[in-house]
Write a protein that binds this ligand. Structure first.
Ligand code: ADP
Length: 286
């Protein structure tokens, strides 16, 4: 479990805090979508979780161990794929020989499956890859590291259209109840159908932390042009099939999560949306 315990963080003393008294508990066994506007702190949060930077107040615990200590046991449980990264000018084979020993559960079979899925050969040289291919190779290594937690910062940026569906396919294939994946992204369509949980951050606070199931119990996502339905909508935006509308799910109707609609509604109609989640018969805050 990752516990983010009331952290505050600013890049420089006296400068604007990216997080203020921020709290979240994340459990293994799910894919979390971490959403927020540009500059809201998604990458910062992933780096804090990885112990690359440390909060000025509060702490981040991975299985009760403070990440600021960057202990070997903690680091072996977590792999971060940053949005931008460099790789050494070596062959993949050499890279695996240097890096795999840091990850006791490293799986050569997973690496092969991921490279196959991305249509990359095992016999490649990291320096001779395009940006998208390097990302595919690094994500393949990250999956093969087989850590409990996998943190992916904008993983689909730079991937071509087949690459995005290959990414979804291999991630779902390698997912199990003993792993947790956190995907920070603004490319909501790339990950919408993968997610089990949605985290939305804004202005240093957690605006929404819910499972997709809970969200769809409370909210209804509809495409319609019927004025009567639109009149009841909390938020609506134009779509190819009329309007996409967000409504309270009063009649227990099933609908599929529309992440873009949810995100925009939270940005524009924050109080109305959050109120629905904190209605008296709901157990936790939005
Ligand atoms: P996001 O990933 O949501 O786009 P970031 O975590 O990159 O947001 O940035 C959060 C805030 O911290 C922004 O205001 C950004 O300008 C600032 N920031 C990010 N990295 C640095 C840095 N290395 N030094 C100073 N400020 C930074």
């Amino acid at each position: 479990m990752i516990r983010i315990e009331n952290i505050s963080f600013a890049y420089r003393k006296g400068r604007k805090q990216v997080f203020r008294n921020f709290h979240a508990d994340l459990n293994l066994g799910g894919i979390y979508g971490l959403l927020g506007k540009n500059g809201s702190g998604k990458s910062t949060l992933l780096q804090l979780m990885a112990g690359l930077i440390t909060p000025s107040e509060g702490r981040i615990l991975l299985d009760d161990k403070d990440m600021r200590n960057r202990s070997v046991t903690s680091l072996q449980k977590l792999f971060l794929v940053p949005e931008e990264f460099s790789m050494p000018a070596v062959s993949l084979d050499q890279y695996v020989r240097y890096m795999a020993p840091f990850y006791p559960r490293f799986s050569a079979e997973t690496l092969k499956r991921a490279l196959d899925c991305f249509e990359l050969s095992e016999d490649l040289h990291l320096e001779r890859l395009s940006m998208g291919q390097r990302k595919k190779a690094f994500v393949s290594f990250a999956l093969a590291a087989n850590t409990e937690w996998l943190l992916l910062d904008e993983p689909t940026n730079g991937l071509d259209i087949p690459g995005k569906s290959q990414f979804r396919k291999i991630l779902v294939q390698e997912m199990n109840d003993e792993r947790g994946v956190i995907i920070s992204t603004h490319q909501v369509l790339d990950v919408e159908h993968l997610l089990d949980h949605v985290l939305v951050i804004d202005q240093g606070q957690m605006l929404l932390q819910k499972s997709v199931e809970e969200i769809c119990e409370i909210l209804s996502f509809v495409r319609t042009s019927e004025p009567e339905v639109l009149r009841r909508a909390i938020y609506q935006m134009p779509s190819l099939q009329g309007m996409s509308a967000l409504l309270p799910n009063d009649d227990g109707r099933e609908s599929s999560l529309d992440l873009e609609l949810l995100f925009n509604a939270l940005m524009e109609k924050r109080e109305e949306v959050c109120r629905l989640f904190s209605a008296p018969n709901r157990s936790n805050q939005a």
